[in-house]
Design a protein around this ligand. Sequence first.
Ligand code: GUN
Length: 293
Amino acid sequence: MELIDGNLISNLVKEEIKKEVELTMSQGGKRPHLAAILVGNDGASEAYVGHKVKSCEQVGFSSTLKRFEATTTEAELIEAIHALNNDNDIDGFIVQLPLPKHIDSEKILLEIKPEKDVDGFHPINFGRMCLNLPSYISATPLGIMTMLEKYKIETSGKHCVVIGRSNIVGRPMSILMSRGGTPGDCTVTLCHSKTKNIKEECLRADIIIAALGKPGFLTADMVKPGAVVIDVGITRVPDSSKKSGYRLAGDVDFENVAPHCSWITPVPGGVGPMTVTSLMQNTLKASRKEIYK
Ligand code: GUN
């Protein structure tokens, strides 16, 4: 069994981005600029946005954080999105999810100009991804594809089982793994809460991507010897032995599954660090107008 080290790949990619920014700046170019909209005070969202701002500093991007009270209205958010759409200094921006219940997230995401949608959540970007056209690919799926690519993990002709059909991870992951390309060219089964015989489906898989948000869901008896296992889960589980009062738990029973695998991502230190780095890659592409000329 070998570990797929998300911290290692993330640092390598960030170094590459930093060099690109330094080169652009030395040639008199514009510093890439990412903005984030954060609504309310959810602990996990605060932490994610904090990582995004810190990563911008590390790679030499400018960043702007726009905070709103949890009681903010849809109209106020839409006004802020239109302002960012029209601000020429902002190359890309994100609206951190989840949003408070009184706000319709789908309606909000539709307001983001696809050219600045570095999260790849707008239906135009999602549709272009499905059609294998240039598009922003959302950060977690892009991070997983980068890890598979950097570790040269063979995917062509393999059977990939994705567990979880969220718009942010499972569904785009199922499309990316079935698209032509490297990584890609898999036969994909997308499992979800209504799937019958999920254990049998997983046992047929050469590659399992667990993205359902249930700590320890994937157990050793569900994994074929030699399979590649990618763990997307990052659930906060109460743990009084930690200073923060919680620990991060993956969707995979790592201790017992790891000995069965050829490759596996740990939690923490696997998919998590790649997610933020992918957002930096998308922001660099936005600043260079690589997707939308
Ligand atoms: N909430 C959880 N993951 C994400 C993400 O990748 N982007 C945004 N905007 N919100 C999230």
